[in-house]
Design a protein around this ligand. Structure first.
Ligand SMILES: [Zn+2]
Length: 253
C-alpha cells in the first residue's frame, strides 16, 4: 500500500492524515499508432503521478494522488473507432465536482497532471478559480517538463519515439513489435500562420495521419524510456513539493 495513492488507502489512514496537495492525473483513451495500447496516456498518467508522488512523499510533502480520469478530449479523432471523447464542458463538470470536495474538506491545492495533448485545463482553472477563491488550482503537462531532444532522435507528438520508449519501459508486454508500427508520418496545415504556431485550428486526425501516429516510433527503446521517465518524474516531483510548500496567499516575488 502506497500512502500517497488514494485508491490503495483506507478510511483509517485517510482520516488521520493531513494532505497538502491533491493530484488529479488526466489521460485519454485513444489509438496510438498500430503498436501502442489505447490506454497509453492513462498508463503514463498513472506512473508519472505515482513515481513523482513517491519521491515528493519521501521528501516530506503530503501528497494524495486521485484516480486517473481515463477519458480526454478526442473531438478531432471522432472517426477513430473507440476513441472515447470527453467534451471540454464535461471535463469542466467533473473537475468542478472534484474541486468542490477538496474545497469543502480543506485540501486547498490541486494539481491536474495532464497526459494528453487534446486536454487543456487553463480556461477551466480560470473559471473555477473565480468560483473557489480559496483553492490554488494548477495544471502541468508532464511531457513538456523535460526537453525531449536530449533523449530522443525524432520529435514525438503522438505515439512516436518518446511515448513508445516510455511504454517499452513501463508495460513492454503491451507493445507490439516495432516492425508492425506505422512510420507516424503526418501532414501539416497548408495555412502558414497555423504552421508557424501563432494561429491554431484543430487537426482532423485521420486526414493528417494514416496510422494515427504523429512522430516516428522506430528508434524507440526501453533504455531511452528509463532515462526519460526518471528525468520527468524527478522534475514533476520537485513541482509537487514546491506546490506543497507554497503559501497560497503569498505566491509572488
Ligand atoms: Zn499519448
Amino acid at each position: 500500500m502506497r500512502p500517497y495513492i488514494l485508491a490503495e488507502n483506507n478510511w483509517k489512514t485517510i482520516k488521520e492524515t493531513r494532505y497538502e496537495v491533491a493530484i488529479l492525473p488526466w489521460g485519454a483513451c485513444e489509438a496510438h499508432n498500430y503498436h501502442l495500447p489505447y490506454g497509453t496516456d492513462i498508463i503514463e498518467a498513472d506512473h508519472v503521478a505515482a513515481e513523482a508522488a513517491r519521491i515528493a512523499w519521501n521528501g516530506g510533502a503530503r501528497i494524495i494522488v486521485l484516480p486517473t480520469i481515463p477519458f480526454g478530449v478526442n473531438t478531432g479523432q471522432f472517426d477513430v473507432t473507440l476513441d472515447i471523447n470527453m467534451n471540454p464542458s464535461t471535463q469542466l463538470a467533473v473537475l468542478r465536482d472534484v474541486v468542490d470536495v477538496l474545497n469543502r474538506q480543506g485540501i486547498f491545492k490541486l494539481i491536474i497532471l495532464n497526459s494528453h495533448g487534446g486536454n487543456d485545463f487553463r480556461t477551466m482553472i480560470r473559471e473555477l478559480g473565480l468560483q473557489f477563491p480559496n483553492m490554488f488550482l494548477c495544471s502541468c503537462n508532464w511531457y513538456q517538463a523535460v526537453d525531449q531532444k536530449t533523449f530522443f532522435e525524432n520529435k514525438d507528438d503522438h505515439a512516436g519515439e518518446m511515448e513508445t520508449s516510455i511504454i517499452l519501459h513501463l508495460k513492454p508486454e503491451l507493445v507490439r513489435p516495432l516492425s508492425e508500427a506505422g512510420d507516424g508520418a503526418a501532414k501539416k496545415f497548408r495555412i502558414g500562420a497555423i504552421r508557424e504556431g501563432w494561429a491554431w485550428a484543430e487537426r482532423k486526425w485521420l486526414q493528417v495521419t494514416s496510422d494515427t501516429g504523429v512522430g516516428d516510433p522506430r528508434k524507440a527503446s526501453a533504455e531511452k524510456g528509463i532515462h526519460y521517465f526518471k528525468a520527468v518524474t524527478e522534475k514533476v516531483s520537485a513541482f509537487f513539493t514546491e506546490v506543497a510548500r507554497a503559501d497560497k496567499n503569498d505566491l509572488y516575488v
